[in-house]
Design a binder for this molecule. Sequence first.
Ligand SMILES: [Zn+2]
Length: 198
Amino acid sequence: MLNLLFGIGLSMVLVPGLASSTNPAAAEAMKAPHLQPVYHVPLRIHLGQSGRPLAEWPPVLAEINHIWLSQDAICFEIHTVDHDEELGHGLDLWFTSFIPQWNGYYRDPNDMHVRDEPDLRPALRPAESAAARTAAHEIGHALGLGHRQDSDDNLMRSKTYGWQLHPAEIKQARQAAPHFALEKTSGSCGPPAMHNRL
Ligand SMILES: [Zn+2]
């Protein structure tokens, strides 16, 4: 799967929208060029409660990074685990087969939960994966953002496929990111490190 993703031509970078969202190399190329530095924030993805096959997750996780790297120059250093132990420094997010009533929820930066298959309303410029969009939304809360309900295209709109950040949100999240970030501010934004061989 990853080989296939990496095989997507660089021309995809020029395609607007999310055509390249599942290609980590393209996501790197599309990072917000005007924002410096790139913050690298560790993100542990817990998959022990997920019902989706492991092979489905790399493109979903890459899209989380696309959403944040391309708009806000924040790269999540993602690794997956099959247990519930929290990361010491960084963010923790669980994908879960079922959450009663909710697509996902945020309690604190080390307690974010998202359903495997969230049920979202359409947006004009939709994210590809409902799970990626909802995870990126909960991460927005971890970075200090509240809801913004004035457009279905907003990342911080409730329950839509929107993934756009507004200038004030970009600024606010970048003020919060250093609290979680690694010291390094250079280097590539690589693909997620999966806990098991695919
Ligand atoms: Zn929310």
